[in-house]
Design a protein around this ligand. Sequence first.
Ligand code: IPE
Ligand code: IPE
Ligand code: MG
Length: 233
Amino acid sequence: MKECKHLAIIMDGNGHYAQAQGLPRTAGHLVGSDNVRTIAIAAEELGVEYLTLYAFSTENWKRSMEEVKYIMSLPALFFKKYMKEFMRRNYSMHILGEMDALPEATRNVLIEAVEESKNNTGLHLNLAVNYGSHREIILAAKQYAKDVKEGKASEDLTEELFESYLMTKDFPPVDLLIRTSGEQRISNYLLWQIAYAELEFVPESWPEFTPEVLKRCIEEYQTRDRRFGGVTK
Ligand code: IPE
Ligand code: IPE
Ligand code: MG
């Protein structure tokens, strides 16, 4: 069986999901955040070892202050509800993205979740918060240039060396990228890391993305012929 070790998801469609029910967009974000727990458990049961979820992009600051403020309040609620269970399940939390720009309270909650779970050896639950691939690559390039200047890095830049500067340095490449809610674009997510990922776009919004839909996505992935530039025998 082809394993899906690293699954990345662009959790899209919270707003439309809520609006379709006559609710404010924030209501969709709340249901969406609860679905993170549901899908993490389902992914783990399907053999996923790394689950990397796009929670807030570097471009999402363009939204109304009210919406941004609400999204930033969700991690506290989320970890209050589920951290005990994640610890019991042995999940380790990781954050991708620039935390400095987050409201202090949000940042502290995220740092605490990472710190508390750092010795866990189960599912790696990676949340991309204030993450953007372009920004990640720029930061990596800047740090590399600095290290070369200071004699700490070789001038002979290889793919492996560059990867060690990315926010995903501890993770394997993405096997499968799923985007919910019907849009067929990448929106500045993991551009380097998805070089050879399989892509799936599903019509369900993130709050409607159930373990059954995930199972179907993984089954579809199993049927794909991953050639990595080679030729199938
Ligand atoms: C995804 O849902 C969550 C975030 C980007 C924070 P959206 O809020 O983008 O929902 P739609 O795409 O507008 O429906
Ligand atoms: C991508 O969704 C970001 C997240 C899911 C966090 P967006 O809703 O921000 O993407 P666009 O603007 O439709 O491309
Ligand atoms: Mg969206």
